[in-house]
Design a protein around this ligand. Sequence first.
Ligand SMILES: Cc1cc2nc3c(=O)[nH]c(=O)nc-3n(C[C@H](O)[C@H](O)[C@H](O)COP(=O)(O)OP(=O)(O)OC[C@H]3O[C@@H](n4cnc5c(N)ncnc54)[C@H](O)[C@@H]3O)c2cc1C
Length: 491
Amino acid sequence: MAQQRMEADICIVGGGGAGVAAAIEAGAAGAKIALIEQFDALGGTAIISGGGCLIVGTPLQKSQGIHDTPDLAFEDWVKWGQGTADEQWARYYIDHSLHDLYFWAERLGVKWIDMKFQEGNRVHRWHRPDNNGLGLMTVLINALKSGGTARILTGAAAKDILTQNGRVCGIRATSAKNGETTEIRSQTVIVTSGGFNSNLDMVLEHRPEFKAFKVMEGSGRGANGSGHKLIAELGGYFTHMDHIWFYVYATPDYRDPQGRRGLVFRLTPGYIWFNQQGRRFHDESRTGGASATPALLKQNPPHAWAILDTPMTAKMEVADPYYRDGDKVRRDKVQELLDNSPYIRKANSLSELAQKIHVDAPAFLSELEQYNQAFDAGLEREPAFGKSLKQSKKFDTPPYYAIQLFPLARKNFGGVKTDLRCRVLNKYFDPIPGLYAAGEVAGMAGGHINGRAGLEGTMLGPSIFSGRVAGGWAAHEAGFGPGFIGKPNRP
Ligand SMILES: Cc1cc2nc3c(=O)[nH]c(=O)nc-3n(C[C@H](O)[C@H](O)[C@H](O)COP(=O)(O)OP(=O)(O)OC[C@H]3O[C@@H](n4cnc5c(N)ncnc54)[C@H](O)[C@@H]3O)c2cc1C
């Protein structure tokens, strides 16, 4: 028996990128929203993210002389997805990204400030907002709050989706603080609960081959798959669940009491990686999930050691709130990690380091010597793997560090299947009446918009966009507004 009862037109489960966008959209259509977030603050993984979104044909691209079109982006997208992207959703997102993400966010107050190249794209199209995910989400959350149409319940996790006469009719949530339950009746429910990569059991269920090795949890802390379970109980059809985007430049978070989480430190200029046999195996400047990940997973065992000398550690950035102060890196905390993690070894010479990490010392030292010789010879690229030496240096300044890397589950490219209105489909691909899903619980949008690999910026962008789509159509079904129409980018 619920202790509190509420009514709303739409219940939204999860206040991250997709949930906040859905609430803004449905609120603009005139619907009354109840937004349920298990943690004390809105934001989800989106607020700790890099904030980068793949967007096509923008003024920022034009200002840098980049000619990009939906056709070009679609070709790159489908090719990169290795044949398993949902092409209808990919095309829908790409066509709408200019007007319904870039300009929409800009009107709310987001500033798109620069772009970065990402593997698989023929042009720069990964757009970064001011202050990354924090900046983007702060603007969206403020816009939602100032709209005044949403009742926001934080610190309450949805535990059940309610049904009546074969229709979804609300949710039941439980407070984390006092266990009190609240029943919220609504016309429609949108699940925007994010992915499951902070639930190692679910990761291993869908990728059982990793049971024999160490893999780490690596999404936002709320990405625990609880929304997947709610949808599964109602017969939602899940697809491409083994498409988990792993990163391999991550080391265990020794501060995690459960020993499951990883810390990501991508592209530290200069570092090189060795397998347990003491051999390099990859051009370390290519860190993408479709390049570095398969390279590391082929090693036996599938882990590696990132080797750094002391000046390189000064450029190391750890993508975790504990190691950052907004945009700035907390050097003291990075040093604390280097000094205290049992997964990091330190030595005054490279041969001592080889002993401490138990690799074949002659192989390790000879590869390092060859690498160093490339600098003496003034080469632009080192000969073994063709890594550019532009931002790198010789290994010559002790102490030297070896940081153990293991695969880390970062993003879910599979999830619940939806139609283009974000209605959740059952195994016969019929909509489950009243139930919608958007964002990472739906593999970022539709079930598998990326396919096996993503061009980057293809998680947050589609999550926010599909949130808007779900908000528009869930409001329409509840009797508000025309549904999500948007504006495609056409010549
Ligand atoms: C460190 C990091 C950096 C990233 N950088 C980028 C990037 O630059 N570009 C990019 O495209 N992608 C990036 N991503 C991925 C991207 O952030 C996510 O894919 C995106 O945020 C998913 O949005 P979402 O709304 O579906 O989920 P989230 O943003 O995770 O929000 C889900 C919310 O639901 C809540 N929730 C879950 N279950 C319940 C429940 N039962 N009841 C109530 N609340 C619940 C969670 O607490 C959370 O707040 C990054 C991911 C990480 C981890």
